[in-house]
Design a protein. Sequence first.
Length: 528
Amino acid sequence: MSQEDVEMKDSETLVSSADSSAGPSALGRFRELVSLIKYASLTEEVRLIDRSVRHTFGLRRLLTAPVLSSLLDFALKPGSEAHSRLSSFLPEEDEHSMDVDTETSAGLAPTKRLLPEVEIYCSLLVLLFLIDQKKYDEAKACSSSSINRLKSLNRTVGILVSKLYFYYSYSYELTGDLDKIRGNLLALHRTATRYHDELSQETLLNLLLRNYLHYNLYDQAEKLRSKTPRFEVRSNQQSCRYLFYLGKIRTIQLDYTSAKKSLVKADHLAPVAARGFRIQCNKWAIIVRLLLGEIPERTIFAQKGMKKALRPYFELTNAVRIADLELLQSVAAKFSSTFSADKTQNLIVRLRHNVIRGGLRNISISYSRISLADVAEKLRLTCETPVADAESIAAKAIRDGAIDATLDHANGWMVSREIADIYYTNKPQAAFHSRITFCLNMHNEAVRAMYFPPNTFETKEGAEKKRERLQQADELAQQIADEDADSDLSKQSLPCEQMAYMGFGSFTVLLLAERERGHVRENVGIIE
């Protein structure tokens, strides 16, 4: 049995043991994951590290101080700098609270060689434990020391480092000190760019955008985003976050069309389990659609698990739909705390103009001619000169194309024109075209997002050598065919034709024909 077969069997054993949910104990499961990460780092199998991280978050609820203490003794060398540093963040261990499987402890030997991947993985576990225990100050100190240790390693290890970056920023966000690490995140992003670590670049860019948007620094966020080089997306989660932040930036910049596309796309790409993220995407998308003059469908507010969270925005949409300015103000006052927490309160102020224009549109549809005084009364304009304000609002709406009407300044009337059938215009065709384009783009991105191992469809000899070999075979077949063009091949072509019909290649058929006539020796190889 070859060495490659032995290594493959070892990897399959580790993967199957890490995948099994019926392990003997929590410590045994985490030890298997540590062993799998060690094997993956030695064999450069990145997919095994990704799988280990996924299973780690599934076992997150099993993290306790005794389990982590015993795991550090197993994964790290006792007395080493990494072991002492991480152990200092754990509480004192209770001798009677430890649940260790003796068979698992005897079956797995401690790690002799300290690998950077194993050390980073242990740091990530300790950081997750501290955050779950709501020890945010200790988590902040642990994340800072882990990042400093990572800088000294001068090495990138993919998803482990990206997860460590995320919880490093999250621990500072929980303590309200997010602005203190902005310079450090920029330095880490420059390092990741220099080493062409695309996954870390995506993570750090999103963390920086989140950092800027947390303090309403939209201009700085847009400058960073516009000057950051773009590359092929490596993570669907990071892509969703980037689209969400881009939608927020575009909304503040009054580019509502681009913002709507980004927010809707982020909601569609987000996993179903990420309910909180999808709720935030829907909240901002609803506001953007209202600012565009659209009314969101009722099914958006009836999504499973989102009815209660989207209730304030449902009432807001109802106020905009019926163009009731007083109802809009009452809804804004009623749910002011919710809108402030979502950072959408300044966008709701912009809706006042949309409500007025919506009411003006309803008036132009209902009345063929109406006085400006009645327009001001129906719009409930509370100002010193309501008629003059109604006239200016109507004039601006006519100029922007919101309504199809004319103003009679002499008599103080607004005269609406006859509404044409929309199906005689190109608007239905444009709507269908936009929907078809969206579906095609979504399909193409889904195909590109599928993960394929590198060189799956390539042989060991390489694509260039394979191409040269096939070209030489075709040239040799053509040469044989040209030399025997005047021979009596037709008399003995029945077996060859039968073989060609059965699927043999043309070069194989020619060689067999030459062998039948004695022109080719018996030991000549057949290329199929």
